[in-house]
Design a protein around this ligand. Structure first.
Ligand SMILES: [Fe+2]
Length: 262
């Protein structure tokens, strides 16, 4: 199921399949007959649509967030992040299926993938409402980099993807909501508020399973986090941090402050 999602190129088709597979997984769980986890070989890179064109972040044109074009560019960038997040959450399942994990681990990433699928669709709806669509603008090419770098490091994947990249989402989303609120863009505000309310759960899943694996291997979680982020994440973490939401997600200040740009 994960590999099917990963190898589907079109965004709307990918998220539709993702949501369908998530529903199947949870229906089986609720019936008390969980699906076997099994094994499958995920592609190194997920299938993607022909558009958007993927550019080096330095070549992605910057637009003023105060303008209508700037708001479209912002929604487009979020849609692109969400599509990558769908693939990231499905990828972690077959990628590390050789590691014996409790069923709750799979529940969490299937749920996160389902939610990211919903967010991608919401962002596409907002773009279409403004006369644009996903694929109309160039997008960031480096988004899958974290997945490739941690392709054989399970704890590294958890440290970088949910606990650094998704935690960054908690820091920046309130500012984005303000931009759309000032523009009276009600559907974008509602969509971003949904993302903001639920995204904390994805960071929490990362922290939960990172701590679980640290416990299994008798590692100090904070030291392990610092080592892995320094190994796989290029550059310092950017304050200001959303300390409240990070705490809610199980990320204490001594995890991220020592990695921050001074
Ligand atoms: Fe997420």
């Amino acid at each position: 199921m994960a590999v099917e999602v990963l190898t589907t190129p079109d965004g709307r088709a990918k998220t539709a399949l993702s949501r369908r597979h998530a529903a199947t997984w949870f229906a089986a769980r609720e019936a008390g007959t969980p699906l076997p986890v099994g094994t499958a070989k995920p592609p190194l890179r997920p299938a993607r649509p022909d558009a958007p064109e993927l550019l080096d972040p330095r070549d992605v044109p910057k637009r003023k967030p105060g303008s209508p074009q700037g708001r479209i560019a912002l929604l487009h960038a979020v849609a692109h992040i969400e599509l990558n997040a769908v693939d990231l959450h499905w990828d972690i399942i077959p990628r590390f299926a050789h590691v014996n994990m409790p069923l709750g681990f799979y529940d969490d990433w299937v749920k996160a993938a389902d939610e990211e699928s919903k967010y991608f669709n919401l962002m596409c709806d907002c773009l279409e409402e403004l006369g644009s669509h996903y694929g109309a603008l160039p997008a960031h090419a480096g988004m899958w980099r974290a997945a490739e770098d941690t392709v054989d490091d399970f704890m590294g994947r958890l440290a970088v993807v949910p606990m650094v990249l998704e935690a960054r989402g908690l820091d920046v989303t309130p500012g984005m909501i303000e931009i759309f609120r000032k523009a009276d863009a009600t559907s974008a505000v509602a969509a971003l508020e949904t993302i903001y309310a639920e995204e904390v759960g994805h960071v929490a899943y990362g922290s939960k399973w990172f701590h679980f694996l640290c416990g299994r291997h008798d590692h100090d979680p904070k030291d392990a986090f610092h080592t892995l982020v320094q190994r796989y994440f290029k550059g310092a973490l950017k304050p200001p941090f959303n300390e409240e939401k990070r705490a809610e997600a199980g990320l204490p200040p001594d995890f991220y402050w020592p990695l921050a740009a001074s």
